[in-house]
Design a protein around this ligand. Structure first.
Ligand code: 4NP
Length: 154
């Protein structure tokens, strides 16, 4: 099994959107037995809650399931359990590196999947309100990621 973890701050907007979108693509390709997706945050304010209304609205429009998804914290146990740990912005990575065991974690940045984009971080729609922009980036980046996983690991 190849394991992917998306990381953001609150784990209610960006990383759960990426989790749901990538899982949907994996399901469509019939690769659910080979690639597993999860998400987590570094702030504990929303732990146990489902995705933000803005993320749910976009996923509903796209017919993408977010069933049973609940916000959780990145923890020390996560290090070593994921082939790809992908942060939405630089501050996410700084926060992950402060978690015990996380100093030398092999972290990737979501926007490195989209090198042609001028944006180098996935903007936080909790503050911008622009969930559509985030969906466009996440949808494009997840296509690139899935190709990469298939080439590198399957
Ligand atoms: P996310 O967005 O990191 O994309 O889930 C946020 C959600 C909640 C908060 C910040 C960012 N917050 O401060 O509660």
């Amino acid at each position: 099994m190849v394991n992917v973890l998306f990381v953001c701050l609150g784990n209610i907007c960006r990383s759960p959107m990426a989790e749901a979108v990538l899982r949907h693509k994996i399901l469509k390709l019939g690769l659910s037995e080979q690639i597993s997706v999860d998400s987590a945050g570094t702030g504990d304010w929303h732990v146990g809650k489902g995705p933000h209304e803005g993320t749910r609205r976009i996923l509903d429009q796209q017919g993408i399931s977010y069933e049973n998804m609940k916000a959780r914290l990145v923890g020390s146990d996560d290090f070593g359990n994921f082939d790809y740990m992908i942060c939405m912005d630089q501050s996410n990575a700084e926060n992950v590196r402060r978690i015990p065991g996380g100093q030398n974690a092999n972290l990737l940045f979501f926007m490195d999947l989209l090198p042609e984009e001028e944006l180098r971080e996935v903007p936080d729609p909790y503050f911008t309100g622009n969930f559509e922009q985030v969906y466009q980036l996440i949808n494009a980046g997840c296509d690139v990621l899935l190709d990469r996983i298939i080439k590198e690991k399957l």
